[in-house]
Write a protein that binds this ligand. Structure first.
Ligand SMILES: [Zn+2]
Ligand SMILES: [Zn+2]
Length: 669
């Protein structure tokens, strides 16, 4: 919640840039008041891309007003006022609010009503502070830059509406967004990057390159992968499977659903319930009734035979007796079913859930056979499909979906094996970063908060400290780029989120690593140790390639859709100049040869002029185009054209084929 009150510690953690941007929000308020002195202000925090301030004002602010507001902001920055901090008593604060002096340039007829409300919410005993720049005084805990002149460069970006404190029962306010940087160059680079990101938008390119689609009948947040997108997926899985196989992983396959009891055991229910799809309810009739159904004909005959002596006494006619027998059977049969149908109540139903994570299934794979210490570390991997119920407003292209294929694995190990194994996982990340040309990354190491043990975190203080120390040691020793974030761990252990930056400098969180010392015990997982005693293993959850959905969204932006040869959905297209039979046969022979070697090769045998064929291939960002004319045919050659590089000239066919195969095998960038 952006409107949630920040703790003093969180405020102290504001980065320099956040401090600068938040200060700019004060300058924005100052400027707005110079134009509309009656404006009322609510909250004005920094956000990931800049800052905003929530304003109540009869005039509807539109981007047409930005120039005027920005001009006033520039004056305030030029005046280079200091941000002065004033500590006040609660009474003084309330008095100032009532006189309309908060978030204002002077006293006003109307009280500063949102500020008064915020003061009410400040806990007793917490210091109340004002910050003043020039005439503008605001209720604020800070921190700010020293002077307004420290704000190097800024721009207002948009205006939206927002409810006060995010609650729709509260008044609707105008939210003005802006961004600020240390200098003009950084500001301009930021907007240039945004423009480039728009051009590389994965939703736009996903459509143009026919990678994936969404369909109303399939449902929101459920991408369908078209052949070109599926090719990307297959290639990523191949990479993961090869890498994991070499690192000693074993693959498992598990169903997409499981009984409620499993998620109660794992603790996902009830805590994670809101993120899971609602359950499927199955109410099965007792087995004996099902059998009765199957053998209806037989049973009918047996009953008739038993009833026959009685029926014969009642009815003179043989036929009448038979039909009365059948009627009696039908009545008994129908009653029995009615009884069981009536008893299929929801309370008797069994509930099954779509899996929102693979861990519980993998724990069951570990527990399915007796385990010995000799098997550890045991690494169980699966590209498992998970289903999560994201609110429809949260869905966003491939970044936020309801079905996701995860590069998952769970490693069961002893504490002594932790360092080597955790290091190996990190090395795997680095290997992938290299393959994908990811130059900037950061691991966010989230730890627990001792004050929240037993509520937010598993209550085992010693294990927390021990595990966190182990993780920290490995991170430090391996020289991996990381930061430590307190109080953001998972319930059952410390967590590492991996952030990567795309080629244009945009940040993506693509993967997590978690150390789990609680759940294996909940599942009763044990191995026989050297001394013949049973012990519970630790578990590492890891997914270096995240989910296909998010990773591919990242890759589309990272490569701007120009996928390297090994990954490209269409690696090669053969383009004969004209449609004469010998040329077409030659194209088919090259196509067949490459296909035999597993190369995703297509050919364009249409009658379009070669220029149009090339343009069509370039548009789909096909990596290598092999153009063939009569001269190529005679020389058993091909003219190579690479997307984005143009024509590289004619070369012997065998040489080109060998080169393609080698580049694909090596996953050359
Ligand atoms: Zn402030
Ligand atoms: Zn897991």
């Amino acid at each position: 919640m952006p409107d949630e009150r920040k703790t003093l510690e969180q405020r102290a953690q504001m980065t320099d840039l956040e401090r600068l941007r938040h200060s700019c929000a004060h300058v924005l308020a100052t400027a707005i008041l110079r134009i509309w002195p009656e404006a009322q202000f609510a909250a004005g925090p920094p956000v990931e891309t800049g800052f905003y301030y929530d304003i109540d004002l009869p005039h509807r602010i539109s981007p047409d007003d930005f120039e005027r507001i920005e001009a006033e902001m520039k004056k305030e920055i030029k005046a280079n006022h200091t941000f002065e901090r004033l500590a006040v008593s609660r009474d003084e604060a309330l008095e100032m609010g009532r006189s309309g002096r908060l978030a204002a340039l002077g006293e006003r007829r109307e009280p500063s009503r949102f500020k008064l409300d915020i003061i009410e919410g400040i806990p007793e005993g917490e210091e109340i502070t004002f910050y003043q720049n020039g005439d503008f005084i605001d209720l604020c805990a800070g921190p700010h830059v020293m002077r307004t002149g420290n704000i190097g460069a800024f721009r207002l970006t948009s205006v939206a509406s927002a409810y006060y404190k995010g609650d729709e029962k509260n008044p609707q306010l105008q939210r003005i967004y802006g961004t600020a940087f240390k200098n003009k160059t950084q500001l301009e680079e930021w907007f240039a990057m945004l423009e480039e990101a728009k051009r590389r938008d994965h939703r736009k390119l996903g459509k143009e390159l026919e990678l994936f689609a969404f369909d109303d009948d399939v449902g929101p947040g459920l991408p369908i992968w078209l052949p070109r997108g599926a090719a990307l997926i297959e290639e990523l899985e191949k990479l993961a499977k090869e890498t994991e196989f070499a690192a000693g992983y074993q693959r498992v396959r598990t169903p997409h659903i499981a009984r409620e009891s499993m998620y109660l055991k794992s603790g996902h229910l009830p805590y994670y319930k809101d993120s899971m799809f609602p359950p499927m309810e199955l109410s099965e009739a007792p087995e004996s009734v099902e059998k009765l159904k199957d053998r209806k004909e037989n049973v009918s005959r047996v009953i008739s035979a038993k009833l026959r002596p009685f029926l014969n006494k009642i009815y003179d006619d043989e036929e009448e007796a038979t039909s009365a027998g059948a009627e009696a059977f039908e009545a008994i049969y129908a009653d029995t079913f009615e009884f069981f149908e009536a008893n299929r109540s929801p309370e008797n139903a069994e509930r099954y859930y779509l899996k929102a994570m693979n861990c519980p299934h993998h724990h069951k794979c570990f527990g399915a056979v007796p385990r010995s210490y000799r098997e550890l570390p045991l690494r169980l991997a699966e590209y498992g499909v998970n289903y999560r119920y994201e609110q429809s407003g949260e869905l966003f292209g491939l970044m936020r979906v309801r079905a996701m294929q995860m590069n998952d694995a769970h490693i069961y190990l002893t504490p002594e094996q932790f360092e080597d194994e955790f290091n190996a996982v990190n090395q795997m990340y680095l290997k992938y970063f290299k393959i994908f040309g990811i130059e900037k990354y950061l691991m966010r190491f989230s730890t627990h908060d001792p004050a929240r043990l037993g509520d937010k975190y598993v209550n085992d203080p010693e294990l927390w400290l021990k595990t966190e120390t182990m993780v920290r040691d490995v991170l430090q020793r391996s020289g991996i780029n990381y930061v430590e974030v307190p109080n953001e761990a998972a319930f059952y252990g410390p967590k590492i989120d991996v952030q990567v930056w795309s080629a244009i400098g945009r940040e993506f969180t693509i993967a997590t690593n978690q150390v789990d010392f609680a759940v294996p015990a909940r599942f009763g997982l044990v191995y026989k140790d050297r001394d013949n005693t049973e012990k519970t293993p630790l578990c590492i959850h890891r997914a270096p390639l995240g989910t296909h959905e998010r990773y591919i969204a990242f890759l589309i932006e990272h490569y701007a859709g120009n996928f390297p040869l090994w990954l490209n959905p269409e690696q090669v297209r053969v383009l004969p100049i004209g449609d004469e039979e010998p040329l077409v046969d030659y194209a088919k022979a090259i196509h067949a040869e490459l296909r035999t070697h597993g190369v995703r090769c297509e050919m364009d045998l249409g009658t379009d002029p070669i220029k149009a064929k090339i343009a069509a291939a370039e548009q789909m960002k096909v990596h290598t185009m092999l153009v063939i004319g009569h001269r190529d045919l005679e020389a058993n050659a091909v003219s190579v054209r690479i997307h984005g590089q143009g024509n590289l000239g004619a070369r012997p066919r065998a040489e080109v084929v060998a080169e393609l195969l080698s580049a694909i095998r090596l996953r050359s960038p």
